[in-house]
Design a protein around this ligand. Structure first.
Ligand SMILES: O=P(O)(O)OC[C@H]1O[C@H](OP(=O)(O)OP(=O)(O)O)[C@H](O)[C@@H]1O
Ligand SMILES: O=c1cc[nH]c(=O)[nH]1
Ligand SMILES: [Mg+2]
Length: 209
């Protein structure tokens, strides 16, 4: 479908803080979660509403709006996607979580799948895939392939930063998917890292470097 770059001042300010050299694990983690919340707000903007009858505070009949039938599963891509999970669940606490594990081979840049635990009835759910980084697009495309193979037909992607190369590849492979991001950065460097990017998001979230 399309890429949506969210230029809300809070998103841009927080993303700017994340780009600072030497940022602490604590700050990076907090900001990843906060930007995750803000991007989720934007990504859920198009959820359909239905009229629901309730009894109001005065005992009278009222019609209010509620989110229509659509069940949601949040899909963090291990490891780094876990850094956004709390922030996303903050807005949709009832969502079920489907976990996929993929690690990019840093020589070939190909994704290597190592874990898949999807919730039941995924064909009836909207999947919200979360990962801080979309670089070559390999990990995202493999995840979308996995979800579609399991029967999922409605998918939105939320990433903190994306590279144009990866976005083009992902949208070419999965033109039906909407991608929400805080930034479409300049390009990939010779090692497949996003420039200016955030560096290695997984390592920064888990404190492994
Ligand atoms: O678009 P791509 O070129 O596939 O790169 C992006 C992927 O790389 C990172 O994960 P990584 O493989 O480093 O695993 P980690 O989250 O365990 O650190 C990132 O979180 C994405 O999943
Ligand atoms: O820039 C990048 C690319 C892949 N994975 C990351 O963590 N950062
Ligand atoms: Mg990593």
């Amino acid at each position: 479908m399309a890429i949506h770059v969210i230029d809300h001042p809070l998103v841009q300010h927080k993303l700017g803080l994340m780009r600072q050299q030497g940022i602490s694990t604590k700050s990076f983690r907090e900001l990843a979660s906060e930007v995750g919340t803000l991007l989720t707000y934007e990504a859920t903007k198009t959820l359909e509403l239905a009229d629901t009858a309730i009894t109001g505070w005065q005992g009278n009949e009222l019609t209010v709006k509620s989110i229509k039938g659509k069940k949601i599963t949040v899909v963090p891509i291990l490891r780094a996607g876990l850094g956004m999970l709390d922030g996303v669940m903050h807005l949709i606490p009832g969502a079920k979580v489907s976990v996929v594990g993929l690690e990019r081979n840093e020589e070939t840049l190909e994704p290597v799948p190592y874990f898949e635990k999807l919730v039941g009835n995924i064909d009836e759910r909207l999947s919200l895939v979360i990962d801080p980084m979309l670089a070559t697009g390999g990990s995202m495309i493999a995840t979308l392939d996995m979800l579609k193979k399991a029967g999922c037909t409605q998918i939105k992607v939320i990433v903190l930063v994306a590279a144009p190369e990866g976005i083009d590849k992902t949208l070419a492979a999965h033109p039906d998917v909407d991608i929400y991001t805080a930034s479409l950065d300049s390009h990939l460097n010779e090692k497949g890292y996003i420039v200016p990017g955030l560096g290695d998001a997984g390592d920064k979230i888990f404190g492994t470097v």
